[in-house]
Design a protein around this ligand. Sequence first.
Ligand code: G3H
Ligand code: 13P
Ligand code: NA
Ligand code: ZN
Length: 305
Amino acid sequence: MLVTGKDILVPARAGKYGVGAFNTNNMEITQAIIHTAEKLRSPVIVQMSEGAIKYGGQDLANIVKDLATRATVPVALHLDHGSSYESCLKAIKMGFTSVMIDASHHPFEENVAETRRVVEAAHIMGISVEAELGRLGGIEEHIVVDEKDAFLTDPEEAVQFIEQTGTDYLAIAIGTSHGAYKGKGRPYIDQARIARIGELTTIPLVAHGSSGVPAEITRRFREAGGEIGDAVGIADDDLREACQHGIAKVNVDTDLRLASTVGIREVLKNTPKEFDPRKIFGLAREVMSQIVEHKMGVLGSVGKA
Ligand code: G3H
Ligand code: 13P
Ligand code: NA
Ligand code: ZN
């Protein structure tokens, strides 16, 4: 069933598990996400960025909504990194049940004002809202506290921000970054900060940049002819711990991008005569489903629907 983000995330925060919010850009990605959720009896969030809307538009939103409506587990359709009030309203008109207003690059007061505007409009229509406070970006474990404080989310500010905006869930900057290169070794994530923000707040918290970039996937990527540097993601154990402290929405895009490319590359490399799209995209869909399954296991959402 198609539900709001809040319907999915409030129980997750209360139950100390995470729900994967996976980015989609086509039918196969959407199927991998929703069919795996169904198989594992897990709630799930499917998200489209503004780039995904530009690429797939209402056609893609309708595919997500149709699969979500026919699913027997809760599914939300979420706007990822909405850049303006107008963008959020456009997504709501397209049938999204959850929107993110990302005004985190603005000063605190402007972030509050822009978020507040979106919350007021979205709530009238029964749609839930994600906002962001702090700056995403990888940090080194050894850097001094003052430097971390410059862009990671301040716990006291988070409390004020939630009070002043009425946002339904909050993305916090805890050291993660987008993409396949999140740092060196085991990328640092600030668990103490998550725990502190978790203590001071009750709404679900959101972790962006949560792909794991599994070594097995990067190995297969290279093996099939792809080129990738020192790619590394967030360790499974670090996500498990974060979900104990208030993280309820866990954003994953990069892992599905890598998985689909691995599937496509392997078919093309191993069967050079193949040109049936169902074979080429079919393996991609399967590798993506395995990623989704693994992530749902790590986050603890299996069997929660
Ligand atoms: O956070 C960014 C997501 O990975 C979406 O990326 O804007 O290229 O669709 P995109
Ligand atoms: P990854 O790049 O780690 O997959 O993060 C995706 C994300 O945060 C989308 O908003
Ligand atoms: Na988002
Ligand atoms: Zn993000």
